[in-house]
Structures are given as C-alpha cells and as structure tokens.
Design a protein around this ligand. Structure first.
Ligand SMILES: *[C@@H]1O[C@H](CO)[C@@H](O)[C@H](O)[C@H]1NC(C)=O
Ligand SMILES: *[C@@H]1O[C@H](CO)[C@@H](O)[C@H](O)[C@H]1NC(C)=O
Ligand SMILES: *[C@@H]1O[C@H](CO)[C@@H](O)[C@H](O)[C@H]1NC(C)=O
Ligand SMILES: *[C@@H]1O[C@H](CO)[C@@H](O)[C@H](O)[C@H]1NC(C)=O
Ligand SMILES: *[C@@H]1O[C@H](CO)[C@@H](O)[C@H](O)[C@H]1NC(C)=O
Length: 390
C-alpha cells in the first residue's frame, strides 16, 4: 500500500498535469527562460548541498556557525506562539498550474526526477513541493495566519486545508505575462478585500496582508511590523543596489480601508509603469524596475537611504511606505562575495531565489529532523552560494 500524507497525497490525486515552475521569483524565471541546453545547464547544477564558509565571521549581530551548528541562540519556540491583539496576518501568493497539453507542445518529458532527502520529485511535483514547504514554514512561525493562493481559474489546484484558500482570478497566466499578471492579481485581490470591508457594518478584527513569492521561508513572526511601525500603509523591501533597489518578492499591506485603498492605487501605478515602460522585460525584472521607477518618480527622499539596512517610513504621493531592509525581510543567500556580509541574527524571511530551490527543501528537512531553527539557518548560510538542480 502506498502511504500518502499531506500534499504528497494531493499530488497523486491531481490529474496528469504539468506544473511549470510558477512565480518562484523573478530570478527563477530568468533562469528557466535562459535555459537553451538543458543538459549542459543541469550538469552545472548540483544535486546535493555544498558547504562553503559561512559569511559574516566575527561580524556583530551576524549568525556565527561551526559547520551547521549555530553558536548563537536566536529563537525560542515560545516565540512562535506569541499573539498580537486585534488582527491576524494573511499571506497572499500567486501560483499557476499549466497542464499536460502545454507540456506536450513544449515536448518536455516529465520524467527527469530529482531526489531530495528520500523523496523523488518529477518536474511536475517540484513547484508543488516548494509551495508545500512555504506553507509549512508559515504554519510553524505564524500558526494563526491564513494563506490565499491566487491562481488561474483554469488551473486544477485543490488544497484541502482549512487555513489555505485557493482564490481563482481571471487573467493572462502565460509565461510571458506572468510577472504582469502577478501585479494584476494582487490588485484584483485587494479590490475584493475592499468590497468585503465596505460590506461590513463594523470593522472588528483587522487582517493585514503580506504578498510574497512562494520560494521563501518565513523564519520569524512578521506580524510585529504592523505594531512596531503603526503608521505605514504599504511595506516594501529594499537593498543597496542602484539599478534594482526594490525587490517585489515581499509586499505588506495594512488591512485598513485606507491601507488597502492606497496599496491598490500604488500597485496600479506600478502596473502602468510596467506596461508602458518595461514590457520588454516582462518575463523577468519588469516589476522590480517598475516598482523602482514609481518610487523614484515621487522622490522626496535621498536614495542614499537604501545604502544602509535600516528600516524607514516615507510618504509617496500621500501613501505612507515602510521600507524594510532585504537583509532581514528578504534575505537571499549571498550570490557574490559576501554581498550581505553574513546573515543577521534577527533574519525573518529567507528568499530562495533562482537555483536555490533545493536548499529550501533541504532546509525544511533538516529542521524537521533537528527541530533547531538556528542550526537550519547555518545550513542555509553555509550552502547558499551553490547552484542547485531542483
Ligand atoms: C554569537 O556567538 C558568538 C560566538 O559564540 C559570540 O561571540 C557572539 O557574541 C554572539 N552574538 C550575540 C549577539 O550574542
Ligand atoms: C532516508 O532513509 C534512511 C533509511 O531508510 C533514513 O535513515 C534517513 O534518515 C532518511 N533520510 C531522510 C532525510 O528522511
Ligand atoms: C489545459 O488544457 C485545456 C484543454 O487542452 C485548456 O482548455 C485549459 O485552458 C488548459 N489549462 C491551462 C491552465 O492552461
Ligand atoms: C496620487 O494619489 C492620488 C490619490 O490616491 C491618486 O488618485 C493618483 O492617481 C496618484 N497619482 C499618482 C501620479 O500616483
Ligand atoms: C517530518 O519528519 C517526520 C518524521 O520525523 C516525517 O514523518 C514527516 O513526514 C516529516 N515532514 C515533512 C514535511 O518532511
């Protein structure tokens, strides 16, 4: 008898469909669209974790590791059950599913499987596995939250979990337009929340929203940003990068009428900038460029603030925007030479961009067997530079 648990079970129930790597992240799309010779590409990608030195040695407030053993204790299990009064968090992600007909058209066999831990995944199962781990981390660190998965109505996605809602939104989910569609879906979702809020006679509990890619691990409670910075409408993550100072993989929206309304207007402006200026880049970086363009075009502050990883709030056309450092809220394993100088002790979100998806699953497996989040962070820090095959 085949035993099946959780979403693996669900996978067997899905008809034979082809799950394209959906919106993992912008870089993922870049990588997948850049593949000309899959064999050659695969050859460069590793099917096991490769450990290098953990960046940030001796730097203050950076994770210190000995192998995968963390020398700092940064998290306590009690932390994950802290509850804030008066509101909960809903995560919102776009996830698309393409089916077998597309698969055949592309003549891409769905047979080359990849093994992580003791589980083998076909190509079609991989994006589902990422979504699964994404959800598991949220459940672990923010057990009271809800997850909305915005998807193509034509896609065959069923998830039988109380805290997850599959939310179909009509749109253009072709690969070429996926990044554009993501913004449209966010806007449509915010619109539906506005309608819902206006129907309510009295506003009781407020839900705040965090829009993210699915290739992230939430490793700390994020609800605190809404209390620590009580005045923002919309939060974005920034990094010290002249061309692309903003990453679109994490957007937080305060769940008040004002917050949702302003976030919607802001995203509509990003959408406009995207479709009028950056369509050539629509497969990959268009949304980040559009985001940066909108922010810069309403410039009332010194862009040099992006150089220092310290959160700040600025008004843009009347909308109060909280800028959160990627170093904490959208941390990516260093790509270059110590880009982020290690991992901050209070890192909250890890983004497994591009070819780091294997690491996301390996990290979850490691945590599942060790129950030690700090050690898991060391595993990520030490092995995040390699390109993996998953
Ligand atoms: C982290 O651990 C290292 C090594 O034990 C120690 O020197 C450092 O002070 C610790 N950092 C913090 C903030 O506790
Ligand atoms: C894989 O299976 C072996 C033997 O069945 C077991 O010892 C090991 O812990 C498993 N590894 C994982 C990651 O589940
Ligand atoms: C899957 O294929 C059917 C028919 O081949 C098509 O009508 C449907 O739109 C496709 N679904 C997606 C998500 O592309
Ligand atoms: C500025 O904000 C107003 C009010 O929200 C909005 O109607 C308008 O579209 C915004 N203008 C620009 C250029 O963003
Ligand atoms: C976590 O580990 C347990 C065994 O220790 C296993 O039964 C379970 O399937 C694992 N969960 C995930 C999500 O890997």
């Amino acid at each position: 008898m085949m035993k099946c648990t959780g979403w693996r079970c669900l996978l067997f129930l899905l008809p034979v469909i082809f799950l394209l790597p959906h919106i993992f992240s912008v870089l993922e799309l870049h990588h997948s669209s850049a593949i000309k010779d899959p064999l050659k590409k695969r050859a460069q990608k590793l099917d096991h974790l490769v450990f290098g030195p953990a960046a940030g040695v001796a730097l203050q407030n950076r994770m210190q590791c000995q192998g995968t053993k963390a020398l700092n204790k940064t998290r306590h299990s009690s932390l994950f059950h802290a509850s804030h009064p008066g509101g909960s968090i809903a995560f919102v992600s776009v996830f698309t599913v393409y089916n077998a007909s597309i698969n055949r058209r592309l003549k891409r066999p769905d047979s080359d499987s990849v093994t992580v831990g003791n589980v083998s995944y076909t190509k079609s199962e991989r994006s589902m596995a990422i979504l699964d781990v994404f959800a598991r981390f949220i459940q672990l660190t923010m057990p009271r939250s809800h997850l909305f998965i915005l998807t193509d109505p034509a896609s065959d996605l069923h998830i039988d979990r109380k805290w997850i809602t599959v939310y179909p939104i009509q749109g253009q989910y072709s690969r070429e337009e996926l990044m554009l569609q993501r913004i449209r879906s966010y806007i449509a979702f915010l619109d539906s929340r506005l309608k819902e809020l206006s129907k309510k006679k009295e506003i009781g509990q407020i839900d705040h929203y965090i829009f993210t890619d699915t290739d992230i691990a939430v490793v700390d409670d994020l609800s605190q940003i809404f209390y620590e910075y009580p005045d923002f409408h919309l939060a974005l993550t920034f990094r010290n990068n002249k061309e692309q100072p903003l990453n679109s993989g994490f957007v937080a929206v305060r769940g008040t009428l004002d917050g949702i309304q302003r976030a919607k207007v802001f995203l509509m402006e990003v959408l406009k900038a995207y479709s009028t200026r950056y369509m050539k880049a629509s497969r990959m970086l268009g949304d980040q460029l559009a985001l940066a363009w909108v922010v810069k075009s309403h410039l009332s502050f010194d862009l040099r603030r992006f150089a220092k990883p310290v959160a700040f709030v600025e008004k843009i056309n009347g909308t109060s925007i909280l800028f959160l450092p990627c170093a904490n809220y959208n941390w990516t394993p260093p790509e270059g030479a110590g880009q982020f100088h290690g991992m901050p002790l209070d890192v909250k979100v890890i983004h497994f961009k591009g070819s780091r998806k294997r690491l996301m699953l390996e990290a979850w497996n490691y945590f599942n067997s060790s129950s030690n989040m700090d050690d898991m962070l060391c595993l990520i820090l030490a092995s995040g530079r390699a390109k993996y095959d998953f």
